[in-house]
Design a protein around this ligand. Structure first.
Ligand SMILES: Nc1ncnc2c1ncn2[C@@H]1O[C@H](COP(=O)(O)OP(=O)(O)OP(=O)(O)O)[C@@H](O)[C@H]1O
Ligand SMILES: [Mg+2]
Length: 275
């Protein structure tokens, strides 16, 4: 596990983020920091605001108010494309792959490689296929031989591998995985957890949203508990356990839990409390 120094500057800072959909408050002053080489798990009940928070970070949803900083600089992404250009990639809960396109076309969608031939720009299909095969082989061995079939013909777990390959193809700095294991078999879950460790070790910052608390405890450095759009607690995994996390998810940190957060060794225990 890579331990973060308490004073290392965060790669990503989300400060006091609010998101309202008409009468619904999806996020109420949510804050979160993320460091290089760190994996942070976000947990919370259905509707807690986890997906909304990461959709804001990746430019798919605009916050009602609040601030996002990337390497200390305030930023605002008007689209997922802008966030990608800054190195923020997301693999969505509801798998955003395009069924009638091939694996390779999905991986390079909107970022196609080209080559010049007699002064004309052509798609470099060979290059794209070569890169895709290499990526897919590492994620889902065997699937690399099917990079030219349409994604419609793949299983849920294989589509998941395509979505992850797409996110990895362009050397991201921040990788967000929203329920990446939902469609996966036990063996593939293990592979996904290994992948997350590899991403961390190569210096990426990773956000993992999962209802599988055991996965979060295995690969994450910190766990952020959300309820009703707000932060409940931000804990180092080594200072907590699944029992405590479940209690916090249910209680929202009431009944004495909050005083523990402020007194914990965690550097952000107090500063990232929502306000
Ligand atoms: N586009 C939208 N329009 C209106 N309300 C929305 C929209 N997206 C999310 N919400 C609402 O915002 C709240 C937070 O939703 P969100 O999807 O972020 O939750 P979540 O924590 O990811 O839940 P789950 O674990 O079920 O994926 C919910 O009450 C949801 O109904
Ligand atoms: Mg969600």
């Amino acid at each position: 596990m890579i331990q973060q120094s308490t004073d290392a500057a965060p790669v990503v800072e989300l400060r006091n983020i609010e998101k309202r959909y008409g009468q619904v408050s999806a996020l109420r002053g949510m804050s979160l920091n993320l460091h290089k080489g760190e994996a942070v798990g976000i947990v919370g009940d259905n509707g807690a605001g986890k997906s909304t928070l990461v959709k804001i970070l990746c430019g798919a949803v605009q916050p009602t108010s609040g601030e996002i900083r990337l390497n200390g600089k305030p930023i605002g992404f008007n689209s997922p494309h802008e966030a990608r250009l800054s190195g923020i990639e997301i693999v969505y809960q509801d798998l955003a792959v395009i069924g009638h396109l091939t694996i390779t076309q999905n991986v390079f969608l909107g970022r196609e490689e080209t080559r010049s031939f007699a002064g004309v720009k052509l798609l470099d299909n060979r290059k794209m296929d070569r890169i895709t095969r290499k990526l897919i082989a590492g994620l889902d061995p065997g699937l690399e031989n099917r990079t030219r079939v349409s994604v419609d013909s793949l299983s849920g777990g294989q589509k998941q591998s395509v979505a992850v390959a797409r996110a990895m193809a362009f050397g991201p700095k921040v990788m967000i995985l929203d329920e990446p294991t939902a469609a996966l078999s036990v063996e593939k879950i293990e592979r996904m957890l290994t992948l997350i460790r590899t991403l961390k070790e190569s210096g990426l910052a990773v956000i993992l949203i999962s209802h599988r608390l055991q996965d979060i405890m295995t690969v994450c450095d910190r766990v952020v508990v959300m309820k009703s759009g707000a932060l409940v607690r931000d804990l180092h995994v080594c200072t907590t356990d699944i029992d405590e996390i479940v209690k916090l998810m249910v209680s929202g940190g009431e009944m004495g839990a909050v005083s523990g957060a402020l007194g914990s060794a965690h550097p952000e225990g107090a500063s990232t409390r929502s306000g």
